[in-house]
Design a protein. Structure first.
Lengths: 196, 301
């Protein structure tokens, strides 16, 4: 007996193979199973547009629900999965505590345990970028950036300066910033300028 | 850069499935970094961002947003692009020897520079009737000393490669972002998504319009053609149709003399006949961003 096109389409939908689980991803409704069950046993075949129109009885009739639940349970309980999840959580906490270096170490350990974990890889790359930025800023601070300098660096970007720099270099730099930001008046200020 | 090497396998790892959301959500605004190296974590990034946006001190606490982000493939490609841009900038600078200029004029930029001429950074009172002679002398010295010899030509070539990678990553990231159909907490939203980056009107998140993306991708195509040497950059004193081959500036580096670059003599070795990049196209691209091109370019990478 031939089944209708609609039944074939429904079968194709529910029987679409999951990449990793084979056909255990079926969520076949009872009505569809009954309909498909009219087909004799045969290997699965595809229509001209690639949809599965028939499949072996053993596959059609198998209830996927327990298998899916079992797989989900195993994934949830597996030490690797828990460890990866813990790695991300731990790294996040370290980032919020200001320990980017320790976060990078934690993520590196996690990635070594599972190099295929894309989420941990992205997190590690991001944290490595943050630590590089942190190191760059620390180098600048060794030369005095921060002794009034960070505000002036901000002024170059259009951020209002509120702090007074105690050093001549800071005053000079502030004037230079004023020049770069288009304020020619900065050249002629005899004393520390009162900035906006 | 270690971060770029870490991220490079991501595309292969998660494929080209656009919009794929990775399982990492980070509240970027709560991240704290030790910028000053004193061993104590600084303020959360959201507060620094609020300060940069000129938020009043009394409003800072309210401005400390968590900025949670659902990272996806587009974000990963965006980050790789940005890393390559930063590294390219540093490589281009380090390809030249700027030590003499640093020793003589670092006090223009830093209060306590570590140089071989420490007395130049000592405080001095303004002279010449209130005019700061030291400042004028330092600025003149800086301009005079921007005549950097080539230190490492390979590094200049590496900078070019990284710049082209930046462009490629930007194009790839926007392809991925445009194909997204979800609407999570997007670092870079497509025109039909809502983002999380503050700065929009009325305190809303910045929105991206379709015209912006189209213009940005046009800009990337143009930049790639320039970096590949297929499109030349016009020079203000050259009127015979020739232009500067930017690619050769990186692959055949010569001493970097600021004055001669402005005056035109240093440009001569890189002049070629060919197709010039159009100023009208650049103006049209900039107009698409409604006068905020710099801000969006900083964000879009």
């Amino acid at each position: 007996m031939r089944r209708s096109w609609h039944a074939a389409r429904r079968g194709a939908r529910v029987g679409r193979p999951a990449r990793s689980l084979g056909y255990v991803g079926l969520s076949v409704r009872r009505r569809d199973r009954a309909h498909i069950g009219l087909c004799p046993q045969r290997d699965r075949k595809r229509s001209s547009y690639g949809k599965i129109v028939t499949m072996p009885r053993t596959v059609r009739r198998r209830s996927a629900k327990p298998v899916v639940l079992l797989v989900l349970l195993l994934v949830a309980l597996s030490p690797a999965a828990r460890a990866q999840s813990d790695v991300l959580v731990a790294a996040e906490r370290l980032l919020y505590e200001g320990q980017a270096g320790a976060a990078a170490d934690t993520l590196a350990d996690g990635l070594a345990a599972d190099p295929a974990d894309a989420s941990v890889r992205l997190a590690l790359g991001t944290v490595q970028a943050m630590t590089a930025l942190e190191a760059l800023a620390q180098d600048a601070f060794r030369h005095g950036l921060g002794g009034g300098g960070i505000e002036e660096a901000g002024q170059m970007l259009g951020v209002p300066v509120t702090a007074e720099s105690p050093t001549r270099a800071g005053r000079v730099r502030r004037r230079a910033c004023g020049v770069w930001s288009g304020s020619t008046r900065a050249w002629w200020r005899p004393t520390r300028p009162s900035l906006p | 850069m270690a971060a770029d090497e870490t991220l490079a396998p991501l595309t292969e790892l998660i494929g080209t499935e656009a919009g794929r959301t990775l399982e990492w959500t980070v509240e970027l605004g709560r991240v704290r970094l030790d910028f000053d190296g004193d061993g104590v974590a600084g303020e959360p990034l959201s507060l620094l961002l609020a300060q940069a946006r000129s938020v009043r001190p009394t409003e800072l606490e309210g401005a400390a947003e968590a900025i949670p982000i659902d990272a996806d493939l587009g974000d990963a490609l965006w980050l790789r692009g940005y890393l390559n841009l930063v590294t390219a900038t540093l490589d281009a600078f380090l390809a030249y020897d700027a030590r003499e200029a640093w020793d003589a004029t670092a006090q223009l930029f830093f209060p306590r520079p570590i140089t071989s001429i420490p007395y130049l950074a000592e405080p001095s009172e303004p002279r010449l009737g209130g005019f700061d002679a030291a400042l004028l002398a330092d600025v003149i010295a800086l301009i005079h000393l921007i005549d950097f010899p080539v230190l490492d030509a390979d590094r200049a070539a590496a900078a070019l490669t990284r710049l082209r990678t930046t462009v490629a990553m930007s194009q790839a990231s926007w392809r991925a972002i445009l194909a997204e159909t979800d609407d999570g907490r997007e670092w870079l939203p497509n025109p039909s998504q809502s983002g999380v980056v503050p700065g929009g009107p009325g305190g809303a998140a910045l929105a991206v319009e379709e015209e912006m993306v189209t213009s940005w991708l046009e800009l990337m195509d143009e930049l790639d053609a320039i970096l590949a040497g297929e499109r030349l950059v016009p020079y203000w004193r050259v009127t015979d149709g020739r232009g500067v081959n930017v690619r050769r500036v990186f692959t055949e580096p010569r001493p970097l003399d600021l004055i001669l670059w402005i005056q035109g003599a240093a440009v001569q070795p890189y002049l070629e006949e060919g197709t010039l990049t159009s100023g009208e196209d650049w103006a049209r691209i900039r107009r698409a961003f409604g006068g905020r091109f710099a801000s969006f370019a900083f964000w879009f990478n």
